[in-house]
Design a binder for this molecule. Structure first.
Ligand SMILES: C[S@@+](CC[C@H](N)C(=O)[O-])C[C@H]1O[C@@H](n2cnc3c(N)ncnc32)[C@H](O)[C@@H]1O
Length: 210
């Protein structure tokens, strides 16, 4: 019951006491993962960069100085209306300047044109998607050929939460996500162990091919 409630809040935080606590928890816990997802994308100043499931917006905050070129821009899509409001507040100056555009939406149907995004990153997100292949296929649709997608996670923590029933089903397993990537047009798909600031985590890389 408690695990189920926590899973619901992690997957789609709402404006509530539980949602507020999840917001604080992920803000504190996931900063290293978000910063590394951004770093591993090797963002160039004129890239169009997308974050799926931006939560409170820590990854967006780390990425925005990197898209400093006149054509560089940052886009975010998140399923939670509450996170949309929290991240919009955090990024308000960059939204006003037109550098950042945030959407309250679902990874399976993003309001973005085909072949328009150079880099995609997400962090602690894919396990909550309704259907993995629908998500990876939609990400592939919006990416330019040769574009890079990176996701970061701390596998042992995710496995622990899954064992307690917090993560729904088996989609949290990297093998399931990698299988979905390969089935929907990605190549060079690989999982690597990484360490930063004393934290060991996993990064999954995939290249969009068309
Ligand atoms: C556990 S939180 C992680 C937030 C942030 N990436 C971090 O690591 O701090 C998962 C986020 O993914 C979002 N999310 C879940 N399912 C989604 C979907 N189908 N499409 C877009 N965002 C989704 C949730 O609303 C939530 O903000």
């Amino acid at each position: 019951m408690l695990a189920n409630k926590l899973g619901q809040q992690l997957g789609r935080p709402t404006k509530s006491v539980a949602g507020w606590m999840v917001n604080k928890f992920i803000g504190w816990h996931n900063k290293v993962l978000e910063e590394n997802a951004v770093r591993l994308c090797a963002i160039q100043p004129d890239d169009t960069v997308l974050e799926v499931g931006y939560g409170p917006g820590l990854g967006l905050e780390a990425a925005v100085p990197l898209v400093a070129g006149s054509r560089g821009k940052l886009i975010g899509v998140d399923y939670s209306e509450y996170m949309y409001k929290v991240a919009s507040k955090r990024m308000k100056d960059h939204i006003s300047s037109g550098k950042v555009t945030l959407y309250h939406g679902n990874v399976v149907a993003m309001p973005l044109p085909d072949g328009s995004v150079d880099k995609v990153f997400h962090c602690n997100c894919y396990y909550f998607w309704p259907e993995l292949r629908a998500g990876t296929s939609e990400i592939h649709r919006v990416m330019k050929p040769g574009g890079l997608m990176v996701t970061t996670l701390t596998l042992h923590r995710v496995a622990y939460l899954a064992s307690k029933g917090v993560m729904p089903g088996e989609n949290w397993r990297p093998e399931a996500f990698i299988e979905a990537l390969l089935a929907t047009g990605f190549t060079d798909v690989r999982l690597e162990d990484k360490t930063d600031k004393g934290t060991t985590f996993q990064a999954i890389f995939a290249t969009a091919s068309k």
